[in-house]
Design a protein around this ligand. Structure first.
Ligand code: ZN
Ligand code: ZN
Ligand code: ZN
Ligand code: ZN
Length: 335
């Protein structure tokens, strides 16, 4: 709640047309209608204060209610609450109360009483020019607004265009980048297919070569086998001849023995004599071959297996059996 009447008056100053006594207000004496204005003190005063003022300040010029300034300004100072704004400093372009004037504008030479300054404001060139300027400014603002809208429209379109261009550019970059990698993969695939085709061709060649090699190898091994078989067969040829002779002699002896027994039985002495001589010769021959058989050596063969895992080269080198087979002699046979 306002303590001074003037404070409450400032709230709705538009409706108030009556001025109050500043002296009474300043001293907390409540509201009193101002009836005069001291031109020297620049204060509105009531009937009572006017009486004392005239006594105290005899030289002060006092204006009555008819001649005093009628343009009352009820705004209070923002720095000094309770003080009315009464002055305007044209150097600082600031309004001021009495305290502001005394403290803040000591060196300012152009601090004047606000109602006096504003007295002819209605007809002043300043206001008229300013209104003209305002009209011009208003027109400019409208024009500017049109321009603003037009430019905003252009900017909006430009933004849309630029945004679209950015998107398009990004899409192009991405597509280009993708294309590069696709080309890399395609190139890889092409090389891969070429390599596979080359390898397949090589495989075919290998199969053909392997087939030939195996055929050759088999032929070589079979030939070596045949050679070795012949060698094995011929190795004990002497023994086989002896065996054949022996069996032959035994056969002959058997036939002779039958003839001898028949001739002896029939008393054919001449025949007996001849057969006897022949049998004796055959017996001698049997004795010789028997001795030879008993003392003849037997060639044996044993296959020597290699412990090392064979390679193509080592297998090709082993196509002769002489390395694999070892022969040795033996005469003792257990029966
Ligand atoms: Zn005075
Ligand atoms: Zn008073
Ligand atoms: Zn002030
Ligand atoms: Zn100033």
């Amino acid at each position: 709640m306002a303590t001074n009447f003037s404070e409450s008056l400032t709230q709705d100053s538009d409706e108030v047309t009556e001025m109050f006594c500043e002296e009474c207000d300043r001293h907390g004496d409540g509201y009193a209608t101002a009836v005069a204005f001291c031109v020297d003190c620049l204060d509105y005063i009531c009937v009572t204060c006017q009486r004392y003022h005239k006594r105290q300040f005899k030289t002060h010029k006092i204006q009555d209610s008819n001649s005093m300034p009628q343009d009352f300004y009820f705004e209070k100072c923002s720095t000094h609450p309770g003080q009315l704004v009464k002055f305007y400093c044209s150097e600082c372009n600031k309004e001021a109360c009495q305290k502001c004037k005394n403290n803040g504008h000591l060196n300012c030479r152009d601090v004047n009483h606000l109602p006096t300054l504003a007295l002819d404001i209605q007809k002043s060139d300043e206001l008229i020019n300013f209104r003209k300027n305002m009209d011009q400014l208003s027109k400019n603002i409208k024009d500017t607004e049109k321009l603003l809208n037009a430019k905003s429209e252009v900017i909006k379109k430009q933004e849309e265009k630029a945004t679209d261009a950015c998107k398009e550019h990004s899409n192009k970059l991405i597509a280009n980048y993708k294309q590069h990698y696709k080309a890399l993969i395609d190139n890889f695939d092409k090389k891969m297919e070429e390599t596979i085709a080359r390898l397949k061709k090589k495989r075919l060649e290998l199969i053909q070569r392997a087939s030939e090699k195996v055929k050759n190898f088999e032929e070589k091994v079979r030939k070596a086998e045949t050679d070795m078989k012949e060698e094995i067969v011929t190795t004990n040829a002497n023994f086989k001849v002896l065996k054949s002779k022996h069996l032959n002699s035994v056969g002959n002896l058997k036939a002779l023995t039958v003839d001898l027994e028949q001739a002896q039985k029939l008393g054919q002495n001449c025949k007996l004599f001849i057969k006897l001589k022949l049998a004796k010769q055959i017996c001698k021959q049997i004795q010789i071959t028997t001795d030879q058989i008993q003392h003849s050596f037997i060639q044996r063969y044993k296959l020597k297996e290699s412990d090392i895992q064979p390679t193509i080269q080592s297998l090709e080198d082993q196509t002769r059996y002489s390395k694999s087979f070892r022969s040795y002699s033996c005469c003792h046979i257990s029966i």
